[in-house]
Design a protein around this ligand. Sequence first.
Ligand SMILES: *[C@@H]1O[C@H](CO)[C@@H](O)[C@H](O)[C@H]1NC(C)=O
Length: 207
Amino acid sequence: MLKFTFLLAVAVGVNCQLESSIVPTTPPYSTGSPPPTTRPPRQVITVTNGETEGQWGPLERCPKGARVVSYQTQNELATPRFDDTALNTILLFCNDEFVTNFTSTAGFSGDFRGIQTCAFGGYMTSFQLRVSPAGTEADNTAANDIRFKCSGGDEINGLGNTGGDWGDYSEVCDNGICGMETRVQPYEGGIGHPDNTALNDVRFTCC
Ligand SMILES: *[C@@H]1O[C@H](CO)[C@@H](O)[C@H](O)[C@H]1NC(C)=O
């Protein structure tokens, strides 16, 4: 009986040892959710074919609770004999009661094209940029046009310039686009400045 108890104690002891030797190498069963005060950083969607002249403009956003549902571009469409700048400005419209609009940095030239709006009460979720890469032509234009996909699956097309090529679509903002930053080369003058390009790149903040 004494012998049995001893063996039992040894067995239990070994068992405990085995368990305790496992615990430190095993991650906790639950890593736990982050404290309620820390929010994940806002997702920003980008494309890889933007150009690099100019500085990033200010992040501008829809009012709280609103999303971007329409847009309009300003383009130099009637190509001048030299120094075409193509896409200059992107104007976004939110679905708040005041239909707030914003541009981040605006360009300096061209005509405003028709407003494009997502169908069926949808909102914009991803985008694609049409670009003439720097150095491919004597007269660089950088970004030429932009188009978006909407939450309902439809695509709203730019009415901009047709030079260059569409790049890949950005990632998707599941809850829609709420903010924008544009990268615009500021006007550096006509004669004497070889090549203005206006809008070079754009990125959007998810809601
Ligand atoms: C954009 O908003 C401003 C007010 O902030 C307004 O004056 C202007 O008309 C709006 N633009 C368009 C195209 O609706």
